[in-house]
Design a protein around this ligand. Structure first.
Ligand SMILES: Cc1cc2nc3c(=O)[nH]c(=O)nc-3n(C[C@H](O)[C@H](O)[C@H](O)COP(=O)(O)OP(=O)(O)OC[C@H]3O[C@@H](n4cnc5c(N)ncnc54)[C@H](O)[C@@H]3O)c2cc1C
Length: 507
């Protein structure tokens, strides 16, 4: 029986997925007057958006391959894709640093260059000259290639391998995206202020298409179906789960997304690393970094392996940790890192674009119009990195504008200048108040949502039972938790912390 259109709530756009791209799109669409529902099956930033390497890349990454000249000379399509992504990176870098300086932590990235390497100094000189031309002048790249007095200029360089073969170290200014999870929360809250409806812990299933062209959207929670709503347009921004949202009858043999897993390990490094990061290609030919987290804590990563399972279950494996320590010690043997040095590790799955010619997926951001798959009014996006989420939101909004017109006037919040809209909750803010506010005003429903996503208190370190219990008691009245539920929530959080962010175990 065809559902009765009049009985259901009608939205212009249902955005499925509360990652960086879903929240950014919801913000742009609601600000433009679209009636928006943003639905997320778990909590905000549940997927890749909270598990990335957090680099606001200047764009060099897209030219980094073992044989850059050969790779790009023989594949104009790859060169075009790399230039497009590098330009987008430079623009995103400018935009994010200008609008959210509190979320962008600058540091000096150092790329050691050895005699006999496939990547030569002149490759980097050319690469940076190109980036300079592609992007806005500020913030400057501060590119240099240091050939003398390396240890004086870069004190950590004493730890590098094979010093006699070291020819130079290229340095440039790079940024860490401090806390992408919080960016997702701020974007979602902004969308809500613009009038969007926000449903967390609500899974979306795509139902049938009505004769009038709209889509039936089925919403369910842990206990089962809760509601059906109608959408004129659906944005499938579910990252690596994207192909699962396509109803079986409409699925194509060609998937949209290719998942690759990436793991990282956190270790403490000596003072000589302060202010620096290190970039290289690991022995398998993929980009590999040492990156500042906070204080004396740094992380090494990522790995890159194909991943076909449920991204919710992606964990750093023992092999991942051994691989990362092996590559860290190959790059910086002076550190002699051991398993017991690993304080924390994490893994995520990249939602790259499926391409039968590129088994590890394509890194070019793409909007897919699923009309071609018999699903008019459904759009999806693959390979949208965190750093360019603002332009992703705008591109998605423009694509929706090509299909429908907004049913409301422009939202009020668009009157607020862009650079003051993001909530700026310092991590040092009164902890109890921040935890209560996460529940009261930011839709947190559990300890993960409070301690990772909204306050970052657990990020990069393991919390002890007392701290977690204290937090649970502090919000228990707001979430209606009795003593038994407090205990269950604490156990669940500690188990998640142990399994999703394992430490390196004893040496
Ligand atoms: C290891 C690694 C390193 C990376 N490094 C960087 C980096 O340095 N810099 C950078 O900019 N980017 C980096 N990225 C890429 C970046 O993290 C992702 O491209 C980006 O986060 C994708 O965001 P998204 O919103 O498209 O998907 P996701 O963040 O995965 O969000 C999808 C959301 O959809 C939800 N969902 C799924 N199915 C449903 C459903 N049926 N109903 C409702 N909700 C659903 C999920 O719970 C999830 O929250 C990295 C990624 C990884 C994994």
């Amino acid at each position: 029986m065809t559902p009765n259109r009049a009985e259901h709530k009608l939205f212009d756009v249902v955005v499925v997925g509360g990652g960086i791209n879903g929240t950014s799109a919801a913000r742009e669409l609601s600000a433009s007057g679209f009636r928006v529902l943003l639905a997320e099956k778990k909590d905000l930033a549940n997927g890749a958006s909270s598990r990335s390497s957090r680099i606001l890349h200047c764009g060099l990454r897209y030219f980094e391959t073992s044989h850059p000249v050969r790779t790009f000379a023989f594949s104009p399509r790859r060169l075009y894709g790399a230039i497009k992504m590098a330009k987008a990176s430079m623009e995103a870098r400018e935009e994010l640093v200008r609008l959210q300086p509190e979320r962008c932590k600058p540091f000096t990235m150092c790329f050691p260059l050895y005699r006999g390497d496939d990547i030569r100094g002149w490759h980097l000189d050319m690469g940076f000259a190109l980036l300079k031309r592609l992007g806005p002048p500020d913030p400057s790249l501060e590119y240099r290639r240091i050939t003398a007095d390396l240890d004086m200029e870069l004190p950590f360089a004493t730890d590098l391998r094979d010093r006699r073969q070291l020819r130079s170290i290229a340095t440039y200014r790079e940024y860490m995206i401090d806390w992408p999870d919080r960016i997702c929360v701020d974007l979602a809250l902004e969308a809500e202020r613009n009038g969007a409806e926000l449903r967390l812990f609500t899974r979306v299933t795509l139902g049938e298409r009505l004769p009038s062209g709209e889509w039936i959207i089925e919403l369910s929670d842990g206990a089962g179906p809760i509601e059906q709503v109608i959408a004129k347009v659906v944005l499938n921004l579910t990252g690596t789960w994207m192909d699962d949202l396509i109803p079986p009858g409409r699925a194509s043999s060609t998937p949209l997304v290719r998942g690759t897993k990436g793991a990282h390990v956190v270790v403490r490094l000596p003072d000589r690393y302060q202010g620096f990061g290190v970039a290289t290609l690991h022995r398998g030919g993929m980009p590999f970094y040492c990156l500042p987290l906070d204080g004396d804590r740094f992380y090494f990563g990522p790995t890159e392996t194909p991943y076909d399972g449920d991204a919710d279950k992606a964990r750093p494996s023992s092999q991942d940790i051994d691989f990362l320590l092996g590559e860290a010690n190959y790059l910086l043997p002076g550190l002699n890192l051991q398993r017991c040095d690993v304080e924390f590790s994490w893994a995520g799955v990249r939602p790259l674009t499926y391409d039968p010619d590129e088994p590890m997926g394509r890194r070019t951001r793409e909007i897919h119009d699923l009309r071609e798959r018999g699903m008019p009014g459904v759009l999806a996006m693959t390979a949208g990195p965190i750093m360019s989420h603002r332009s992703a939101g705008r591109d998605l909004r423009d694509s929706v504008m090509g299909l429908i017109t907004p049913s409301r006037e422009r939202a009020l919040a668009t009157c607020i200048p862009e650079n003051v809209v993001s909530a700026r909750i310092p991590r040092s803010a009164d902890q109890e108040e921040a935890c209560r506010s996460a529940v009261l005003s930011e839709h947190a429903r559990d300890l993960r949502g409070i301690l990772y996503t909204r306050t970052a208190r657990a990020w990069g370190r393991h919390l002890d039972r007392d701290t977690v219990e204290h937090t649970a008691k502090c919000v228990a009245d707001l979430l209606d938790w009795g003593p038994e539920q407090v205990a269950a929530q604490v156990d669940e959080f500690l188990e998640h912390q142990r399994s999703a962010f394992p430490h390196g175990s004893a040496c």
